[in-house]
Design a protein around this ligand. Structure first.
Ligand code: SAM
Length: 358
């Protein structure tokens, strides 16, 4: 029998507040495309350090149509990305925004973050359809902004932390790397982490691998450009990378993307030397959902819905850990692969770094 529900009382003030907050979100959604546009057209770079520029001056410096530049600048000013001077009709990129929007070497560099977000949004109709059936969408099926954005988003963080903080946080690993050991970097994408380690430790040899052939081709190109010889890149799934007796195996932001992370853990266990180390870098997350309901968690749950979860579901087992799995679930996966020691070795606001030993 149907029951009549009491009418729900709506607080008009709260409704208005929510609508205005949502308007800000619409502006933010569009800003993902505008930041990528400003990055691609060189608008931020032309503004950086230039003081106040009018739209005509910026258009001339960047060789972009003035009418587009003027509208873009107003959107940037409304969002606080540039400052507008109504007296002179000029726009300035403050020094902090200059770093965050133009300095690829800074850990604060943002365009890669926006690029991967825009790439994920572009592919979202496919994810919406997959969600109806529960089928997956492979990492390799995405557009290039996802791969390039991922590289540009992660690389500055690795530059800032990997050699100076994360590797030294592992027991005895830096000494071994300096002496010369064999390292496998699994799910390496475009190879930023592999190349960085290979440059820092020339006596060690590095094998980067990823199941995505396109990413490995780019990684090989990056290694050629960097002129390094102690690195090789292979196309291989995590549960089947070649070689054995590795002293160090690394995984950067990819364990949760795998369909069978426990199978990968077993393979790493077998491929490691007796006293070898497995370093796992994962997105920073608490074990409980309520711990992740903050801006970083929001971005990661978004990426997880559109990229990571479908990627895992597209593979065998389809465990779909999600990008906010948290330490307890990662520990379960790692120990199910035969590892007896597991600890959190380091962390940043964006990442957790784990050390696993046989
Ligand atoms: C978020 S990206 C991270 C890439 C790279 N580690 C980095 O830090 O830039 C995740 C990577 O995991 C790879 N991947 C997903 N499933 C995999 C699997 N089963 N075996 C190997 N690589 C896998 C994807 O191809 C992708 O390159």
């Amino acid at each position: 029998m149907a029951t009549v529900q009491d009418p729900v009382e709506v607080d008009a003030e709260k409704l208005e507040q929510f609508v205005f907050r949502a308007v800000d979100e619409v502006g933010a959604t569009l800003n993902a495309a505008l930041v990528v546009m400003g990055d691609r057209l060189g608008l931020y770079r032309a503004l950086a350090g230039a003081g106040g520029l009018t739209p005509v001056e910026l258009a001339r410096r960047s060789n972009v149509s003035e009418r587009y530049v003027r509208e873009w600048l107003n959107a940037q000013a409304a969002g606080g990305f540039v400052e507008y001077d109504p007296i002179g009709g000029s726009y300035t990129l403050p020094p902090e925004q200059s770093v965050a929007l133009t300095d690829e070497s800074s850990p604060a560099f943002l365009p890669g973050f926006f690029q991967i977000a825009l790439g994920a949004v572009i592919d979202s109709p496919r994810i919406t359809e997959a969600a109806r059936s529960g089928e997956g969408v492979g990492w390799h099926e995405h557009n290039h902004d996802v791969f390039d954005g991922c590289e540009r988003f992660f690389r500055p963080g690795y530059n800032a932390n990997l050699i100076s903080e994360w590797l030294p946080a592992l027991e005895g690993v830096v000494e071994k790397l300096e002496f010369g050991i064999k390292v496998a970097d699994i799910g390496c994408g475009h190879g930023s982490s592999t190349i960085l380690m290979a440059q820092a430790y020339p006596k060690s040899t590095f094998v980067g691998s990823d199941y995505h052939e396109g990413s490995i081709e780019t990684a090989r190109e990056r290694a050629r450009e960097a002129g390094i010889e102690n690195v090789r890149f292979d196309v291989a799934p995590a549960a089947g990378f070649t070689g054995g007796g590795y002293d160090l195996v690394t995984m950067f932001d990819c364990l949760h993307d795998m369909g069978d992370p426990a199978g990968a853990a077993r393979h790493v266990h077998d491929a490691l030397a007796e006293d070898g180390t497995w370093m796992i870098v994962e997105p920073n997350a608490g074990d409980r959902i309520e711990e992740n309901l903050n801006p970083v968690g929001r971005a990661y749950y978004g990426f997880s819905t559109l990229l990571c979860t479908p990627a895992s579901l597209s593979q065998e087992v389809g465990l779909a850990l999600g990008a906010q799995a948290g330490e307890a679930r990662i520990r379960d996966v790692v120990t199910s692969g035969g590892f007896t020691r597991f600890r959190r070795a380091a962390e940043t606001p964006f990442n957790l770094v784990f050390e696993a030993r046989r």
